[in-house]
Ligand binder design. Structure first.
Ligand code: GDP
Ligand code: K
Ligand code: MG
Length: 299
């Protein structure tokens, strides 16, 4: 019943930065997900949600802003209305930079955009693992001079260093309010898990339990393509014979599973879904600890 909690905070954080600053690494570290993209109902700023992190006292909703690092004259072509509004509707902007590098052209494009928005800006100085201690302070001072930032947080996205502090700082800029997303939708991880469960359920139902319950379904790709969601999943079975059953005569079985699951995934995500299924045989994969880790089933 987090929704009824007093002083609960909930809001949108736009993460911007020029390519290679470490945006994806950071989001993946925060969301504990390989691919940090999710879908939502079209025509809202939520269209650009890259992940949700729900804590006891705060729900962090990260929104993406594609094309922000492009020159102004290209922006019109690159950005759609949604990408603009994601930034305009956010509560705080997290600007990630490669702390070992200097302020460049890409950064001045971002700065120009940010200055029109009048939102709090937190500078995320990334890659501090590459900086010797005596240089860290110099770099902090250097970046501090580039703009009147509300906060500066040095981190290493790669080493997951100082990420708690970053979240704490973000929280300071989020408004009080109930979680905007259902509690069970704690993170992409849960959404991804549920999506895989839908496919697994169809497999068990359609194959009349000729396939053991322990069949694994792994989400391998998840990509928003326009208004559609592309999902690629791997079904892992123990034996060659199970693979045969799953695929079926003229691939009728796997097609039927795919179409049924696709329909349900469409309802769940609220957008069109293109589901692609692959079947792989991994002999006795359940007995191999490293396989279980590889499939992300150890959590
Ligand atoms: P993006 O283009 O902003 O999404 O950047 P990526 O997350 O893809 O990162 C670009 C490169 O920088 C990759 O090779 C990452 O491994 C690396 N990188 C990201 N964060 C860090 C960090 O904190 N420390 C170091 N040393 N490398 C990082
Ligand atoms: K980037
Ligand atoms: Mg990236």
């Amino acid at each position: 019943n987090g929704g009824k909690m007093k002083n609960y905070k909930s809001g949108f954080i736009a993460i911007v930065g020029r390519p290679n600053a470490g945006k994806s690494t950071l989001l993946n570290a925060l969301l504990k997900e390989k691919i940090a993209i999710m879908s939502d109902k079209p025509n809202t700023t939520r269209n650009n949600i890259s992940g949700i992190l729900t804590h006891e006292d705060c729900q962090y909703v990260f929104v993406d802003t594609p094309g922000i690092h492009k020159p102004q004259q290209q922006l019109g072509r690159v950005l759609n209305k949604n990408a603009y509004s994601a930034m305009e509707d956010c509560d705080v902007i997290g600007w990630i930079v490669d702390g070992t590098q200097s302020f460049g052209t890409g950064d001045s494009f971002i700065l120009k955009r940010i200055e029109t928005l009048h939102k709090p800006v937190v500078l995320i100085m990334n890659k501090i693992d590459k900086l010797p201690k005596e240089q860290l302070l110099k770099r902090l001072v250097y970046w501090q001079k580039q703009h009147d930032f509300n906060d500066i947080v040095p981190i290493s996205a790669l080493d997951k260093d100082n990420l708690d502090e970053l979240l704490h700082v973000f929280k300071g800029y989020l408004p009080e309010g109930e979680p905007m997303f259902p509690e069970e939708m704690k993170s992409d991880h849960d959404i991804n898990f549920r999506m895989c469960e839908i496919v697994r359920e169809k497999i068990l139902f359609k194959t009349h339990e000729e396939i053991p319950h322990s069949v694994a379904v792994i989400l391998e790709r998840k990509e928003k393509r326009g208004n559609r969601m592309y999902l690629q999943m791997m079904v892992v079975v123990d034996r060659e014979s199970q693979k045969g059953i799953l695929i079926g005569k003229q691939a009728n079985m796997i097609r039927s599973i795919r179409l049924d699951a696709q329909k349900e995934l469409k309802d769940m995500l609220g957008c069109s879904v293109d589901l692609e299924l692959f079947v792989r045989v991994e002999k006795n994969w359940r007995n191999h600890e490293n396989k279980i880790k590889e499939f992300g089933l150890d959590e």
